[in-house]
Design a protein around this ligand. Structure first.
Ligand code: C2E
Ligand code: CA
Ligand code: CA
Ligand code: CA
Length: 278
């Protein structure tokens, strides 16, 4: 069945046609989704825990298909990665996200930074630095306002990752390692890379006050960030307890439902333009 979501979107329910819509069908739909205006972005605030100040937003892609409803990213991002469509999609996302930053600015909201997710295949063509540079020029967004989120596996499994990351750094864009701690990454490699931010994966934050192992991992990542002079942000922060824990252990940046779900650009504007200190 299709359930009506909080925003009035219908959510894509896999039981609609057995295992869900056939992969091939989904792929066909997805290829047309951009031109049909079915793809859009939501933005999730990143905040300073102690002050509540807005320090950035993460762009998260959404696909609302007329029949299927809202298809979750975990269904279509891997598909787009397999088919190579992620290159087109990823470029579109970057463009929209950078444009939105300029629009917010024009509307009186100064968002310090926008984080955009990159997939490993976006490194494959060898043109990522040129693509990002062109989008910044075209939108007029200052490079230091853009942060690209990459995963450990992207870094470890892409032959030329270091070269591209250096190239992006050279044009002024910053890099964050997403889902940090879930992949395997060599600390020696991390040391060589011009990366500015570690994002503690939600899986370690979830049981932070009950699971001593998760606690230990979160603390270790915060310490690692400190000693390497990297900024650390926790994702998936849902409770005051989690936020207090992070603050107590020296992590003052967070993203999660405690502060806001990912929202449409107008909603972000309405909420944060009114906030002092932004
Ligand atoms: P991610 O990069 O780790 O993004 C964070 C995910 O956690 C988002 O899911 C977000 O809605 C969710 N989230 C944020 N705060 C909380 C919280 O407090 N509790 C819980 N339970 N969840 C929270 P979403 O939007 O479904 O995206 C899922 C994944 O899809 C992302 O994980 C990212 O890997 C991928 N993705 C989304 N947009 C893009 C994109 O434009 N490009 C690429 N390559 N991947 C994307
Ligand atoms: Ca991310
Ligand atoms: Ca993440
Ligand atoms: Ca994650």
């Amino acid at each position: 069945a299709k359930a009506r979501g909080r925003n009035g979107y219908r959510f894509y329910a896999p039981e609609m046609s057995g295992e869900g819509v056939a992969r091939l069908q989904l792929e066909t739909y997805l290829r047309r989704a951009i031109e049909k205006d079915e793809i859009f972005l939501h933005y999730q605030p990143q905040v300073e825990i102690d002050t509540g100040r807005l320090i950035g937003v993460e762009a998260l892609v959404r696909w609302n298909h007329p029949q299927l409803g809202l298809v979750p990213p975990f269904r279509f991002i891997p598909l787009a990665e397999d088919t190579g469509f992620i290159n087109q999609l990823g470029q579109w996302v970057l463009q929209q996200a950078c444009r939105q930053m300029v629009r917010w600015q024009e509307a009186g909201l100064d968002v310090p930074k926008i984080a955009v997710n990159l997939s490993v295949r976006q490194f494959e063509r060898g043109t990522i630095v040129e693509v990002v540079g062109a989008i910044l020029r075209e939108t007029g967004l200052a490079a230091e306002r853009l942060q690209l989120e990459v995963t450990e596996s992207l870094i470890m499994n892409t032959g030329d990752a270091l070269a591209y990351i250096n190239g992006l750094h050279a044009i002024g864009v910053s890099l964050a390692i997403d889902d940090f701690g879930t992949g395997y990454s060599s600390l020696a490699y991390l040391k060589q890379m011009p990366v500015q931010t570690l994002k503690i994966d939600r899986s370690f934050i979830k049981d932070i006050s009950t699971d001593v192992n998760d606690e230990a991992i979160a603390i270790a990542i915060i310490q690692l960030g400190k000693s390497m002079n990297l900024s650390v942000i926790a994702e998936g922060v849902e409770t005051d307890e989690q936020a207090a824990f992070l603050l107590r252990h020296g992590c003052n940046r967070a993203q999660g439902y405690l502060y806001s779900r990912p929202v449409a650009p107008e909603e972000l504007l309405a909420r944060w333009r009114a906030q002092p200190g932004t």
